[in-house]
Design a protein around this ligand. Structure first.
Ligand code: SF4
Ligand code: MG
Length: 316
């Protein structure tokens, strides 16, 4: 069966002038099956948002391919491009900045319907009510403005907006990072519920692994513009291979104080290097507790070391 999304050797480089190139996304390879949630995780600046924006074609790719239902997104024109714009939607990180403060919630949600000329009049109103209900709000909210809502409610509005034109695929770029911890789980549960009801596929971007494990089927870990590990969520937690993934996992607190007291934390030394001037060889070597001389000499290849489990590290 064909994956809904295939990312092949995707690169997004930014030319910063005076001979400087920022390799924000460098040779990404992964695919997402229909109905699956793929978590994309890494520290801020690792290129995960740029990857999302290049996949949905807010940015043109420098190199490589993004295949959506088998078609190269970056080659689509005209009606096919319009159709793609309907099928893939984005939910943004900041629910305060991403909603137009001068538009009513109803008009925000219906904007996509209006742009694509899908429905009008009473149908439009019914559709907005149905969407508000689906995200845990109600029809009275349609005439209000974004500032009247809490962060969690605003993110629900952002989700309703993304759902309005019935996409198949949603890219959620750190949709819970700006929210209080107490509402994060509620929003994650809403994403899960909507996926079940509507058969959605998600690319779920996050900066840590704590929440992502509750929603993802598979997870990709990024570091300095590259994927360093991809496998199922279960396998990643049980058997992380890449030293960077191991350090991210060890940073998640465990609720059981007995385990928490005895386990070893992997504390990474130093800062994440500038993506403008990445280390030679393995990009993680300047912070890797297991670095060996050969790590400086050659870039480890991203390869399948166990069935369905990919990593880029000279240890394997
Ligand atoms: Fe660490 Fe070397 Fe593996 Fe890179 S290749 S993660 S430096 S052991
Ligand atoms: Mg980001």
């Amino acid at each position: 069966k064909q994956p809904i999304l295939e990312v092949k050797h995707l690169q997004k480089h930014f030319d910063l002038g005076s001979g400087k190139t920022l390799k924000a996304v460098d040779n990404l390879n992964f695919s997402i099956d229909r109905g699956e949630t793929f978590g994309l995780v890494g520290e801020s600046g690792c290129g995960k948002s740029t990857a999302g924006r290049t996949i949905i074609r807010l940015y043109e790719a420098t190199n490589g391919e993004v295949l959506f239902n088998g078609e190269n997104v970056h080659k689509l024109r005209g009606r096919k491009m319009q159709e793609f714009r309907r099928q893939m939607q984005m939910v943004f990180q900041d629910p305060y900045a991403s909603l137009n403060p001068r538009m009513t919630v109803g008009n925000i949600i219906a904007e996509g319907l209006d742009i694509h000329g899908i429905i009008s009049g009473r149908q439009r109103k019914e559709r907005v009510s149905e969407l508000l209900d689906a995200v845990g709000l109600n029809e009275e909210h349609a005439s209000r403005f974004p500032h009247e809502f809490s962060g969690g409610q605003r993110q629900r509005i952002g989700i309703a907006r993304a759902l309005a034109i019935e996409p198949q695929f949603i890219i959620a770029d750190e949709p819970i990072s700006a929210l209080d911890v107490s509402v994060q789980a509620q929003v994650v549960n809403l994403f899960k519920k909507l996926q079940k009801e509507r058969g959605l596929t998600y690319l779920f971007i996050a900066h840590d692994l704590a929440m992502v494990k509750h929603i993802s089927d598979r997870i990709g870990v990024m570091y300095l513009g590259k994927l360093v590990e991809v496998t199922t969520a279960e396998e990643l937690y049980a058997n992380p291979l890449h030293p960077y993934t191991q350090s991210l996992l060890s940073a998640i607190p465990i609720p059981d104080p007995e385990i928490e007291r005895t386990r070893e934390r992997i504390i990474l030394e130093g800062e994440i290097p500038s993506p403008l001037n990445p280390p030679s060889g393995c990009p993680f070597r300047t912070r890797c507790p297991k670095a060996m001389p050969e790590c400086a000499a050659a870039m480890p290849e991203f390869k399948e070391v166990k069935p369905g489990h990919f990593t880029a590290c000279h240890l394997y």
